[in-house]
Design a protein. Structure first.
Length: 565
């Protein structure tokens, strides 16, 4: 059996080291360096002449901390047979990546044929790639059909034929007009970004601004659905400026499960048609719907966020009214970097809202949010909920779940969600949802998931209080208003599977944890609120233990009363 191809998005960084990279171009003098006579004569007011290779080095050093979590490869582009592999495909520490140097020591530029040959190697590791190209010129060494001004078309066609799902993020350094046009088509048609730093009237002047936008694209790639949606948005912008004969946009594979999984019409009944809608307002409406919010009233839709008032039933809180501010992760990153005033407008709006702090939530769509930005937003006095850019897949019934359990497989693996108990063997992602049922095959579930030795696997969180250990016993659920012994046993064994997941697989990076009952158990829990409160509180207890053990931020469990079956 061959090596399994990864579903994770990888990055391939290609830096031009041809001799022309030693030349200088004019960029904004943001560091206030002393300027020489040549700067005054040729760079213009406030600008400075800098070597292209130095700028390429600066761009690389600026993105290292953001790209290092991704599996990547780093290679130089120069004359034929002159390329150097600085990092083979793998994951590397920032310290290792910072050691890279891109000295311009080659002759020509061997590009399109080189990328096709690389594609044949890269597809063996993953079908999902982000190509980052830093270059100052066009290909002048490829052979037919990759040679000449139109060689890029054959390159894109060849990569598509290999079924590599990739976007090109291209940073040009003083590119000539014809090269700009080629790179614009490649990046735009694949859903990437293109910037040209240099002396032209339409060129970017600030390296910092280019790096910020490239960084956002890199961070988005961590979340498959956010990456797909952002690529579609960039493709739409590209189409607005297309001319006859330009590259047509490539099809971006779906990053989330299709609604063919909605065989019972769970989401259809709620009016949800897409798991990854491009419209933030549509996503917010759907999110609040599947989260069980009622009487949703949108109070404000600004350029960057939407605020809503709704009602939600959580027996642990005294009131039902909720205030929710939803915004896109990439938008949040953008305003944090370039429009801090808007960020403080958001926090002030939340801070001075008439809704009490304990009933406010800031919901961020997408996982690419830095700790610094979260800390700023947290100062508004609201709970922050980070979610994948896609909505969770519709619930699946126990009859389907058991098949996945026995096979040890995970449905919806491309999603940013971990679905339990089907994802029991996998580390959690950004968000976790447990589909809970009124009746399960308790003995089967216990055997498959190894739940019987609770004292042993729970010890991974350290010393467990004695009353917490009692939670694992079915008798501890008696006296909470529920008489049906079979349902009681089902709740008990499912609780144990949740806690084992917390003890053994929950990541400290997980931002959201929810219980999603099917229709029958939803009715049971709402009719027995003491039982519902006890279930959620007990899970909270173990989530707090998990955070203390790992010195991480505590998260609480949410109740998602989505209909099922």
């Amino acid at each position: 059996m061959g090596e399994r191809v990864s579903l994770e998005t990888h990055a391939a960084v290609f830096v031009d080291t041809s001799y022309s990279m030693t030349e200088k171009i004019s960029v904004t003098n943001t560091s206030n360096d002393r300027r020489g006579v040549r700067d005054f004569l040729f760079a213009g007011t406030g600008n400075k002449l800098r070597k292209k290779e130095e700028i390429g080095e600066e761009i690389w050093q600026s993105i290292v901390d953001h790209i290092c979590p991704m599996p990547l490869t780093v290679r130089t582009i120069t004359e034929k047979h002159g390329s150097t592999t600085l990092q083979e495909i793998g994951t590397y520490s920032p310290a290792t990546l910072r050691k890279n140097r891109f000295a311009a020591d080659g002759g020509g530029t061997y590009l399109w044929e080189f990328l096709v040959n690389q594609g044949k190697e890269l597809i063996q590791k993953s079908g999902r790639w982000m190509f980052i190209l830093i270059s100052d010129g066009m290909d002048n060494e490829s052979t037919s059909p990759y040679d000449g001004i139109d060689g890029f078309r054959a390159c894109v066609d060849a990569l598509q034929a290999m079924k590599i799902d990739t976007e090109f993020h291209i940073i040009g350094l003083g590119l000539p007009t014809e090269a700009c046009e080629v790179f614009r088509q490649i990046s735009g048609s694949t859903g990437g970004v293109f910037y040209n730093l240099g002396s032209g009237a339409d060129d970017e002047k600030m390296v910092k601004e280019v790096v910020e936008n490239l960084t956002i694209a890199i961070e988005e790639a961590v979340d498959p659905a956010l990456r797909a949606r952002s690529r579609r948005r960039r493709q739409a912008e590209y189409l607005e400026g297309c001319s006859d004969g330009d590259l047509t946009i490539i099809e971006i594979p779906s990053a989330v499960p299709d609604l063919e999984f909605d065989s019972e019409g769970v989401y259809a009944r709620l009016g949800i048609e897409e798991l990854n809608p491009d419209s933030m307002e549509k996503w917010e409406e759907s999110f609040l719907s599947v989260a069980g919010h009622t009487e949703v009233r949108t109070t404000e839709t600004s350029e960057h966020w939407t605020s809503s008032v709704s009602h939600s039933n959580d027996p642990r809180l005294s009131k039902t009214m909720r205030g929710t501010w939803t915004l896109d992760a990439s938008q949040l990153s953008q305003i944090a970097r370039s429009n801090v005033t808007a960020l403080f407008d958001l926090t002030n709006q939340i801070k001075y809202s008439p809704i009490p702090a304990e009933f406010r939530s800031i919901v961020v769509r997408g996982s690419c949010v830095s700790k610094g930005v979260k800390d700023i937003v947290r100062g508004a006095g609201a709970r922050i909920i980070i979610l994948p850019a896609d909505l969770p897949a519709p619930p699946i019934g126990w009859d389907k779940t058991i098949l996945f359990l026995e096979a040890g497989e995970v449905p919806f693996a491309d999603s940013g969600w971990s679905m339990m108990p089907t994802a029991f063997y996998k580390p959690s992602k950004v968000a976790v949802i447990y589909d809970m049922f009124d009746h399960v095959q308790c003995e089967n579930l216990s055997d498959v998931l190894g739940l019987k030795d609770a004292k042993n696997w729970s010890s991974s969180l350290g010393e467990i209080p004695g009353d917490y250990l009692n939670y694992f016993n079915k008798k501890s659920w008696e006296g909470l208003g529920l008489i049906d012994d079979e349902v009681l046993e089902s709740i008990s064994v499912q609780f144990n599977s949740i806690v084992k997941y917390i003890c053994t697989n929950l990541s400290v990076k997980t931002e959201f944890f929810a219980i999603r009952p099917n229709e029958n158990i939803m009715e049971i829990l709402e009719n027995h609120q003491k039982l519902q409160m006890e279930l959620l509180t007990r899970i909270d207890d173990f989530l707090i233990l998990h955070s203390k053990k790992n010195h991480s931020k505590a998260i609480s469990v949410d109740y998602w009363p989505t209909l099922s079956q």
